[in-house]
Design a protein around this ligand. Structure first.
Ligand code: ADP
Ligand code: MG
Length: 578
């Protein structure tokens, strides 16, 4: 199906062309022909990011009489940000329509300015319910002659408690108008609205009702309640290119987590209703420009985020309402891209995951918070790739002799080691004290610092490929040394300078005992349980504090090649290494 077949006038097709839209999305394909040809009420259910704005925007623009300056259409949308987005998007769609005026009205900006714009003649008004009601009351806008009313993100407007406002506003509109309702989900409240204010609406559904976007992978991580923040940092560190929205339940938590992240050197920002409009705009702009990699937000504030390439949505806490989860995860996986929605949960919240799975009709994957060692490795590869991909700055040329003098006598291999140590030592020092954050229901006693007694246990061993092992030879070595059967040792993963393997927990005492003071060719071979936190801590702690949460930045200065990591972080780091 092409845009040409939908019945749109040439001026709109030209705009489509300029926008670079190649084919209509499913909701557009289904909605546009109906809305163009019928004067009827209409309900469309489609997830976020499916192109709903154009689905109602194009037909609306085509139906407006630009000869008349009367307000003919009202679009209600839950937040100021969305209002602006819809208005901006519609400006682009209508760039070739002469005499069409689209005006956005919303709270937090001068009401008299908005009234002036309306007065000049606005055929289409895009409004938040609160401001709309206000302006009706003050007779600054006249919607008594509209032909079309669009309720965009209806579920969210109702979530935000706009039911009464919407009812009020609609009571000022003519009976004969058409009402078009767009929603990502169809909770009871939305069907109530549809029944109450609409007459035999034509209904279309894109994808399964209430289904989350299928390009989103849903993951959960079980941690202790006090480890949420540490887990969040690990998830960020394990995904160096992350560009994410982190959802918290309250404004207070949102502010607190954002502040902590910034303190720890992440490119983070906060978005919530206690900030001034100006502060919110600044945060959104920085996020759009990717100066902020982790935007910590409340559900209400985040409703306005329309950024297409968010890689991860992190649920720092699960929302109270399951419906809200759909909105959160819909922030990623937009415009055909894939995304990950991560949930940090405590054991007691696990049943909520089951409920969400039922509602979104998609399974969650249970994942482990990466261990410190894994993060170090990921960061190293990331750094190596960054170095490889970096375009050489020609200005360096002039300084090469001087640099050459300083580095005289250091060969390539040593140089590489040194360069990488700069990053690695910092991560390693930070993370080798770090405990395992995973809270595993099947294994008991873990939190008391005991060695796991059932299930399978993963170990870290300080030999790897550099020592001439691959997974098979390491497995042979372990089997011979431990005098175990081949199948008793599994998931052997060799890395360059270290490796992992698993055994059943019943062998753990044997493994740990065997590798106590164990030497190969004069070198200590050390094995630690990689998912038993307390044990590693006990060993390393030596009177030191285990509270690594206060250890300053753990962030990867190299992430995304951003130059704007804090100076503070930099100089701290220097201090640490010289
Ligand atoms: P929704 O309201 O369903 O969440 P939007 O209308 O905000 O989705 O559209 C999401 C993104 O997809 C926007 O950036 C929009 O410009 C883009 N988009 C919409 N329709 C198309 C299309 N047919 N082809 C390509 N991109 C599109
Ligand atoms: Mg939308």
């Amino acid at each position: 199906m092409t845009f040409n077949e939908l019945g749109l006038q040439q001026s709109l097709l030209d705009a489509v062309n300029d926008l670079g839209f190649e084919t209509p999305s499913e909701v557009q394909e289904k909605a546009i022909p109906i809305l163009l040809s019928k004067e009827s009420d209409f309900v469309a259910l489609a997830q976020t990011g499916t192109g709903k704005t154009a689905a109602f925007g194009f037909p609306l623009i085509q139906k407006i009489d630009t000869q008349s300056r009367t307000t003919q259409a009202l679009i209600l949308s839950p937040t100021r940000e969305l209002c602006l987005q819809i208005a901006n998007e519609m400006q682009l769609y209508s760039k070739y329509e002469k005499g069409l005026n689209i005006v956005a009205i919303y709270g937090g900006a001068s009401i008299t300015d908005q009234a002036k714009q309306i007065k000049r003649g606005a055929q289409i008004v895009v409004a938040t319910p609160g401001r709309m009601k206000d302006m009706i009351r003050r007779r600054m806008v006249d919607i008594t002659k509209i032909d079309y009313c669009v309720l965009d993100e209806a579920d969210e407007m109702l979530n935000m408690g706009f039911f009464e406002d919407i009812k009020d506003i609609l009571s000022n509109t003519p009976k004969e108008k058409s009402t078009w309702l767009f929603s990502a989900t169809m909770p009871k409240e939305v069907s109530t609205i549809a029944k109450k204010f609409m007459h035999k609406p034509i209904e279309i559904t894109v994808g399964a009702k209430n289904a989350g976007a299928s390009t989103v992978q849903h993951e959960y991580y079980v941690v202790g309640g006090r480890d949420r923040y540490a887990a969040l940092k690990r998830l960020a560190d394990a995904n160096p290119g992350i560009f994410s929205v982190v959802f918290c339940r309250t404004k207070r938590d949102t502010q607190k987590i954002a502040e902590k992240l910034i303190e720890d050197g992440y490119n983070a920002g906060a978005l919530h209703g206690d900030l001034s409009q100006n502060q919110r705009d600044l945060a959104m702009n920085a996020f759009r420009k990717k100066q902020i990699q982790m935007l910590v937000a409340t559900d209400v504030a985040a409703r306005g985020i329309d950024v297409d390439d968010i890689t991860h949505v992190i649920n720092y806490q699960l929302p109270d309402e399951i419906e809200t989860y759909t909105h959160r995860s819909g922030r990623t996986g937009r415009a055909g891209k894939s995304g990950v929605s991560m949930v940090i949960v405590t054991r007691s919240e696990l049943r909520k995951i089951k409920t969400i799975e039922r509602i979104i009709k998609q399974d969650f994957i249970e994942k482990q918070i990466p261990s410190g060692i894994e993060i170090c490795e990921i960061q190293l590869y990331h750094l190596a790739n960054n170095i490889k991909e970096t375009t050489i700055n020609d200005e360096i040329e002039g300084y090469l002799p001087a640099i050459g003098d300083v580095l005289e006598g250091i060969d390539r291999e040593e140089l590489i080691k040194k360069v990488f140590s700069v990053e690695f030592t910092r991560f390693f020092n930070y993370y080798n004290k770090a405990k395992d954050l995973n809270s595993v229901s099947s294994r008991e006693g873990n939190s008391k610092g005991e060695v796991p007694s059932e299930g399978s246990v993963r170990y870290f061993i300080n030999v790897g490929e550099r020592d001439g092992y691959d997974w098979m030879t390491l497995k042979d070595f372990l089997r011979d040394t431990l005098k175990l059967e081949k199948d008793d040792i599994f998931r052997v993963d060799t890395k360059d300078s270290f490796s992992f393997f698993n055994t059943d927990a019943s062998f753990t005492p044997l493994v740990l005992e065997t590798f106590t003071e164990f030497k190969v060719n004069g070198r200590f071979v050390n094995v630690e349980v990689s998912n038993s936190p307390e044990k590693r801590n006990r060993k390393k702690r030596k009177g030191g504090r285990s509270n690594y949460g206060s250890r300053g930045r753990s962030n990867d200065g190299s992430r995304g090649g951003k130059k704007d990591f804090s100076k503070k972080g930099r100089s701290n780091r220097r201090k640490g290494f010289h």
